[in-house]
Design a protein around this ligand. Structure first.
Ligand SMILES: [Zn+2]
Length: 428
């Protein structure tokens, strides 16, 4: 909260008081219990400890006030060099709110706020603003509030696409998803538009053109668009849909793959009002160049095609507010991501997946592999078939290749770009 302050006892005669910038600069701000700008759990930040105000000396009464605060909030032990000091409440004669006056920094505020730029030895740079934001996304993803947002029959200001009376109206302002930045649904729709623009679908190209022409550059640009809509300092908590009276939601935890998710997710909609599932796209932020979809895009081509197909299949349902594609919360909070993974590991120690699930995954992998083989040039396919079936006639091999190529053309999530023969397949 804006008014939250933290007091650390450093030794018998020194304490460190941490105050949020917004509160320090404007202690009279009327609402001290709203979240501070860029409030988050376990976020990382850079702090100039050399700017800490060190010159302040406390009077006897101020020390008593702070001791009273510490004792009132102590969970277990308090200690003092003198027994009398253990009872500050006997000498404290103000009210609880008077403590705030003592805790406020009075001078030298000019050293706080502003922006920090860091240059590293390897040439990389780092930036953060006064609130620890690193991407500037709060500016370009900022939504203009419309005066009509509060009309009961107008679209709700949170961007859910619902009428205000069916969305945020009954929620306290502090409980609503953010009205200041674009929400999950809006970002997903922006992403759909970006993807269609990058792939030329808005300029009249068809899906088969995309399958034939998907380039590294397109894969790179798609993932750049995804990364800029979901930068590392995204506050996912302020965006996620809130519980809503009359809305029955399900979370789909399976793989986000167009071959299964489409059937499952859309198949669930008659039973649930809304389905939440993980975004299939990978966020390029913080990935090593060898694995990054923006730095090494060619390895992501086949997956990108499948992801785009899933995205476009779900688009009408996203627009209507039935489906929410939500990025991995671990992208924005690595500590949370690692804790969740660790808990999953502990929970599943010694656990074996049901045979049915394993078979389903194996079938998907086999399907991927089969499609990969069919994308090989005809000459390579001919060689492979001849190796496996030396007795086959030329006519039989021609027929087999024709069948493989026609089944490839019939699968909408198959790339039609020819692929190179990999070493492992050659040996197999
Ligand atoms: Zn709303």
């Amino acid at each position: 909260m804006i008014g939250t302050q933290t007091v650390f006892v450093l030794d018998a005669s020194t304490c460190l008081i941490l105050t949020h910038l917004e509160y320090a600069q404007d202690p009279e701000t009327p609402n001290l219990t709203v979240p501070r700008t860029h409030a988050r759990y376990r976020g990382q930040s850079l702090v100039r400890t050399d700017a800490f105000i060190r010159k302040r000396k406390l009077s006897r009464d101020e020390v008593i006030t702070i001791n009273h605060l510490l004792k009132s909030r102590a969970r277990r032990y308090v200690a003092a060099a003198n027994k009398e000091w253990l009872y500050p409440e006997r000498s404290f004669c103000g009210e609880w709110k008077d403590i705030a006056q003592v805790l406020l920094p009075q001078h030298e505020l000019w050293r706080f706020g502003g922006e920090i730029y860091v240059g590293h030895a390897d040439g990389s740079t780092q930036y953060q603003d006064a609130f620890g934001r690193t991407s500037g996304a709060h500016k370009y993803l900022q939504r203009e509030r419309r005066a009509t947002d509060h009309g009961p029959n107008n679209f709700c200001g949170c961007g859910s696409g619902r009428k205000f009376k069916h969305c945020c109206k009954d929620l306290l302002e502090s409980d609503r998803p953010s009205w200041d930045v674009y929400g999950i649904r809006e970002r997903n729709l922006m992403f759909c538009n970006a993807v269609k623009g990058i792939l030329g679908l808005t300029a009249g190209k068809g899906w088969d053109d995309v399958r034939r022409e998907l380039s590294d550059e397109q894969v790179k640009r798609i993932h750049e668009a995804f990364g800029s809509l979901w930068p590392e300092d995204t506050d996912l908590v302020e965006l996620v849909p809130r519980p809503r009276r009359g809305a029955f939601r399900a979370v789909y935890l399976g793989a986000s793959d167009p071959r299964t998710a489409e059937a499952t997710v859309l198949g669930w909609l008659p039973y649930f009002d809304e389905v939440v599932l993980a975004h299939p796209f990978i966020n390029p932020f913080g990935m090593k160049p060898d694995f990054s979809p923006t730095k090494s895009p060619s390895q992501y081509k086949a997956q990108t095609l499948k992801n785009v197909l899933l995205l476009l299949t779900l688009e009408p349902y996203i627009r209507s507010g039935y489906v929410h594609l939500i990025p991995d919360p671990g992208d924005f909070n690595p500590h949370f991501g690692m804790s969740a993974l660790q808990m999953a590991k502990e929970r599943t120690a010694g656990w074996k997946a049901a045979q049915g699930s394993v078979d389903a995954l194996k079938a998907l992998a086999k399907d991927d592999h089969g499609r990969f083989l069919r994308r090989l040039p005809e000459s390579s396919l001919r060689g492979l078939i001849r190796e496996c079936k030396p007795e086959a006639s030329d006519a039989q091999i021609d027929a087999a290749i024709a069948y493989m190529k026609s089944s490839l053309a019939a699968a909408p999530y198959a790339l039609l770009v020819l692929c190179r023969i990999p070493r492992t397949t050659r040996h197999a």
